[in-house]
Design a protein around this ligand. Structure first.
Ligand code: ATP
Ligand code: MG
Length: 418
């Protein structure tokens, strides 16, 4: 136990962390270009927020939350998704009173008690964006384009964008009636979860991963045939925006985010290469959520993207994330005086932005040079008594083995010039 991380969690080791840094850097760049500002919310919230904001019929609330009572007797839940905390902060800090829309993004750990498998963890990480306050379909399209831009910049061109409209409380009411009528005959063959869904939120039956349920719903009536005029034109407008950006997409009436405050657009971005856990990104519009959470009646749209799944997809596609560059300069020393002197020299060069390494293990000169090779150092110098006295060093280019003699003060400029 002591030396084993909890089930469903993962360490990111130095041999992998550069990939995370690369992706996170790219996310921040793209969000900056698109005008999304970062929001950081706490790792835990009052449980009530998620009961409201995620909804009691969802898998997250029914089965997956890490909920506990703290020492003050409050019910607390580790963040199982990013949207409702962002909504809570938006309301709490009166961001709705500022010029709209509010465009937010986050990169956050997320906790869900699930059965761990590839692409399904108990702690995973999500990149998410939200636009609050804009009801136009262009906001939906903008959110989708952020996700698509990230994937494209990473070199993933073969993912499937699937879109749907789940209507609004008005048209969904009619559809739910038709769907329940359709499901009624097979009610006893639905899985236990779907029997509950049938009662509280029939739309979610379409989203069930159990094969027998999928078979039953194969010929179910489609929500897209029951949309009201407003929802229908919103959906058509979204498609126009996607078309004009040149994105391929598939209309998939089985994609649902099934709660009353999820409205209109629902979408997923799917990788066909990673099998069952293929959904890299899921999002949609939630025009009733801000009000549901105690704020003003304001629309919202956003997505959550699983970063572990994104990394798996990259790997499956043979896309390599550029490795960080090696050490610029290795400074070897000979003798006690040079040991001290090179320590200060390394510190000065590091302060000025050079990647410098030096031995901390009392290695022999030969072993120091071997270490320099191991570190992939671009240049190396050896400093002993004489070099210090004459203010002269041989700067060795490690890739070709050639040397030039320069003064110690010239090292920085020389390396920076190359
Ligand atoms: P799924 O149907 O796969 O359970 P979900 O509907 O629960 O997904 P969302 O709540 O929309 O997923 O979360 C957004 C994204 O976060 C998902 O598309 C996925 O990439 C990722 N994700 C969700 N749950 C996990 C998990 N347990 N482990 C790793 N990534 C996850
Ligand atoms: Mg899930």
């Amino acid at each position: 136990m002591l030396t084993k991380a909890p089930r469903g969690t993962k360490d990111v080791l130095p041999s992998e962390s550069y990939k995370w840094q690369y992706i996170e850097g790219l996310i921040r760049e793209i969000c900056d270009v698109y005008g999304f500002k970062e929001i950081r919310t706490p790792g835990f919230e009052h449980t009530e927020l998620f009961l409201r904001g995620v909804g009691e019929s969802t898998d997250i609330v029914r089965k997956e939350m890490y909920t506990f009572t703290d020492k003050g007797g409050r019910s607390i839940t580790l963040k199982p998704e990013g949207t409702s905390p962002a909504v809570r902060a938006f309301i709490e800090h009166n961001l709705y009173a500022e010029t709209q829309p509010t465009k937010l993004y986050y990169i956050t750990p997320v906790y869900r008690y699930e059965r761990p498998q590839s692409g399904r963890l108990r702690e995973h990480h999500q990149f998410g964006v939200e636009i609050f306050g804009a009801k136009s379909a262009s906001a939906d399209a903008e959110v989708i384009s952020v996700a698509m831009t990230l994937l494209k910049k990473l070199g993933l061109n073969n993912l499937e964008l699937r879109i749907n409209s789940v209507g609004c409380p008005v048209c969904r009411k009619n559809y739910n009636k038709v769907l329940k009528e359709f499901l009624k005959n097979n009610l006893e063959y639905l899985c236990d979860d779907c029997k509950v869904r049938y009662e509280i939120n029939p739309l979610r039956v379409l989203d069930c991963k159990v094969e027998s349920c999928q078979r039953i719903t194969k010929d179910a009536p489609l929500i897209t045939d029951y949309l009201c005029d407003d929802c229908k034109s919103h959906f058509e407008e979204l498609q126009k925006y996607l078309d004009i950006m040149g994105y391929d997409y598939i209309i998939d009436p089985r994609i649902v985010r099934g709660l009353d405050y999820y409205t209109k657009t629902a979408f997923e971005i799917i990788s066909k290469d990673i099998g069952a856990q293929g959904t890299v990104c899921g999002g949609g519009r939630y025009d009733g959520l801000i009000e549901e959470c105690g704020g003003p009646s304001m629309p919202g749209v956003g997505f959550g993207m699983g970063l572990e799944r994104l990394l798996i997809t990259l790997e499956q596609n043979g896309i390599e994330i550029p490795k960080p560059e090696g050490v610029d300069l290795f400074i070897a020393y000979v003798g006690e005086e040079a040991k001290l002197f090179t320590f200060a020299l390394a510190n000065k060069l590091r302060f000025n932005g050079l990647k410098v390494e030096r031995d901390n293990m009392d290695r022999s000169l030969k072993a120091q040079m071997k270490y320099a090779n191991k570190l992939n150092a671009k240049f190396a110098i050896v400093i002993g008594e004489e070099e210090m006295k004459e203010n002269k060093v041989k700067l060795k280019d490690m890739s070709v083995g050639s040397e030039v003699e320069i003064s110690i003060d010239e090292i920085e400029q020389r390396i920076k010039n190359i």
